[in-house]
Design a protein around this ligand. Structure first.
Ligand SMILES: C[S@@+](CC[C@H](N)C(=O)[O-])C[C@H]1O[C@@H](n2cnc3c(N)ncnc32)[C@H](O)[C@@H]1O
Length: 267
C-alpha cells in the first residue's frame, strides 16, 4: 500500500495535477475507489497466470493465494479443482472477488475461503501445499514487511510445500527514468500509465489515469519496491527457503522482465 513517505509522482502527472488543482485528486490504486480500476486491468491475460497455474497443477495440497485481489489467479486455481484460500487486505477487491465467486460455478465458491488479512501478519490455523504470491505483489512490501511475510509463509507450508512468487527485473537504462504508455483493460476502457523510477531510490511510482473520465479526474497511484530476482533469492535463502526453479516470463525486450520463483523450505 502507498506509504506516507511515497516518492514524487512522475513529472507529467505532477504537471497535470498542478494545472487542474481541485479538479483532480490522487487515490491509492488498492483503495475502495481504485478497486474497479485494478480489477479491470487485471482482467487482461498474462503469461504469468498460465505459468503459475501450470506449476500449481503439478503440486499437491490446498493452495493459499496471498494478495489475491479480485481473483485473477484464484479463479483459475479453483478451476483446477483445488481448495483455495484467497487472502487480501483490500476490502474493495475482496467484494469483487466474492461477486465473481457468486457468478461462477457453485463448486468454485464451495472450495474457496476468502480472508481479509495482511500478508505480513496472518494465522490461518492450516498448512498449505502451495503458497502463491503473484503479480509482483511482494514489491508492495518494504524489507520489514518481507521479513514478516517469509516467516508467515514458512509457518503455513506443509512439508515439501512450495512458495511461488513473481517479481520484475528492470531492464531500462537510468536515462529512461520516466515512461508513459497506454493500456487497455478487460472492459475495453483505456488507461494512461505513467511510471517513474529514480536511480538509487529502489522504488517505482506508478500513476494510472483512466481516459475519458469526467472531472474531477482521479489519478490512481501505487509505489512498489524494485526487487530483482537475485535479491529475492538471497532473502529467501536467509529465511530458510531453497530455490527450486527460476523462470523468466514473456519476451525480454521490454522495460521489465517478469520472473517466477519457486521455493521450498530448506531441509
Ligand atoms: C498487484 S495486485 C495483485 C492481485 C492479484 N493477485 C492479481 O493477480 O490480480 C496486489 C494486491 O496486493 C494487495 N495487498 C497490498 N498490500 C497487502 C498486504 N499487506 N496484505 C495483503 N494484501 C495486500 C492489494 O490489495 C492487491 O489486491
Amino acid at each position: 500500500m502507498t506509504s506516507s513517505d511515497a516518492p514524487p509522482l512522475p513529472r507529467r502527472v505532477r504537471a497535470l495535477l498542478a494545472e487542474l488543482r481541485d479538479r483532480a485528486m490522487v487515490c491509492d490504486l488498492y483503495s475502495q475507489a481504485g478497486s474497479g480500476v485494478y480489477h479491470d486491468l487485471s482482467l487482461t491475460d498474462t503469461q504469468e497466470v498460465r505459468e503459475l497455474v501450470g506449476l500449481v497443477r503439478g503440486l499437491p495440497g490446498p493452495v493459499l493465494d496471498l494478495a489475491a485481489g479480485s481473483g485473477r489467479l484464484t479463479l483459475p486455481m479453483l478451476a483446477l479443482g483445488r481448495e483455495v484460500t484467497a487472502l487480501d487486505l483490500s476490502e474493495g477487491l475482496l467484494v469483487l472477488l466474492k461477486e465473481r465467486l457468486a457468478q461462477a460455478h457453485r463448486r468454485f465458491a464451495e472450495r474457496c475461503s476468502v480472508v481479509h488479512a495482511d500478508m505480513r501478519d496472518f494465522s490461518l490455523g492450516q498448512r498449505f501445499g502451495v503458497v502463491v504470491l503473484g503479480t509482483s505483489s511482494i514489491s508492495l512490501l518494504d524489507e520489514k514487511g518481507r521479513d514478516a511475510l517469509y516467516c508467515a509463509v514458512r509457518t503455513h507450508l506443509l512439508p515439501q510445500g512450495r512458495f511461488l512468487l513473481s517479481t520484475l527485473d528492470l531492464h531500462a537504462p537510468p536515462e529512461q527514468e520516466e515512461a508513459e504508455f497506454v493500456f487497455t483493460g478487460g472492459s475495453g476502457r483505456t488507461y494512461r500509465f505513467f511510471e517513474r523510477r529514480a536511480p538509487g531510490e529502489g522504488r517505482r511510482v506508478v500513476a494510472i489515469l483512466p481516459e475519458e473520465t469526467e472531472e474531477p479526474l482521479t489519478v490512481f497511484t501505487t509505489t512498489v519496491a524494485v526487487l530483482p530476482a537475485d535479491q529475492l533469492e538471497t532473502e529467501l535463502a536467509a529465511h530458510g527457503f531453497a530455490l527450486r526453479s527460476r523462470t523468466p516470463l514473456g519476451d525480454q525486450k521490454g522495460r521489465h522482465q517478469e520472473v517466477l520463483l519457486e521455493a521450498e523450505v530448506a531441509t
